[in-house]
Design a protein around this ligand. Sequence first.
Ligand SMILES: [Zn+2]
Length: 409
Amino acid sequence: MTAPTCRLCGADLADTFVDLGMSPPCESYVAADQLDRGEVFYPLHVRICGQCLLVQLPAYIAAEDIFSDYAYFSSYSDSWVAHAKAFVEDAADRLSLGEDSFVVEVASNDGYLLQHVAQRGIRALGIEPAANVAEAAVEKGVPTEVLFLGEGTGADVAGRHGAADLVVANNVFAHVPDIVDFAKGLRRLVADDGTVTIEIPHLMRLIEGSEYDTIYHEHYSYLSLLTTQRVLAEAGLAVVDVEELPTHGGSLRTWSMPVESARPPSDAVAAVLAAEEAAGLHSLEGHAGFAEAVARVRNDLVEFLVERSRRGETVVAYGAPGKGNTLLNHCGIRGDLVSFAVDRNPFKQGKFLPGTHIPIRAPEALAEARPDYVLIMPWNLRDEIADQLHVVRDWGGKLVVALPRLEIL
Ligand SMILES: [Zn+2]
């Protein structure tokens, strides 16, 4: 295999950001009748481009293989639906969206966001590659096209539906292998005086919080505001404003416009760029040290689990999100250290976690098993989940998170 090249600038990717070894695709939950079969593991070797500084995972797995039958339904997270509703209200005010407006969301999932747009009487269109998820959106009354966005499909959709006043791409930008073609697709969808908003996990927060479980095969690019600007510029889009959000351990929401109509960037853009530069993100050397932080998290978690096992105490995982699988596989954790996982998503219940083969049950299994410890996998929702799990304390159980550092709550 020849050395991978940068998906933004084409340079050879000679530098490593962090190498997490081999892992199966994190959303490939295993059915009971497949447990005796082999499972394919792919590298999780994250590189950084020495030329443009884009931190990236080579496309070891094609997006079509991951997203065409996706198990993730956004509406299963209460806080995520609330986040989407607040976003729609903010965007409608900021851009004065009314009944004549047109909003397109890319990776619209099950309509968790566009349902709020439609409820305001604003024309909405979803674009979603996973047919099973798109079907759920249509049932909510959100028209949805099943396709992957690129420059060609973007032009096609705009030709049939018209250019959009607002194009929303929340938590998809980092999940497309050909990020430049995707950005060009966004430009094709948006009107010449329209707006594109993108939400991305912020690389600066990932590094600060040692959030390495947010690294998985579907997450192809790990973006700073600087590298996001560079990608969007390739598509003729300019960032005019940015917000810092607490979601996904720390995200950025950028507001961009076509360069020909873009106003000068806000003070917030300059402030985030300055913070990134101070954190070392505008130089190659500034990205070093992350691999050591990852090793510390792994050592602490494995030590904790082995110690519980020695004492005969039980640990159960709460939540079976894709991101948890990076952590469990990297740490070599199996069913002997974490008995089972519970998840609210019925699609996952009765299946097994990829690689580790830890069984997934319904949340009710928790009260039956009364484990000594409950390891909260989606640590970014720890407060919401700790509220839901107050019953664990009734039998003397304790809640634990592994990130950003091991903590018994
Ligand atoms: Zn590059």
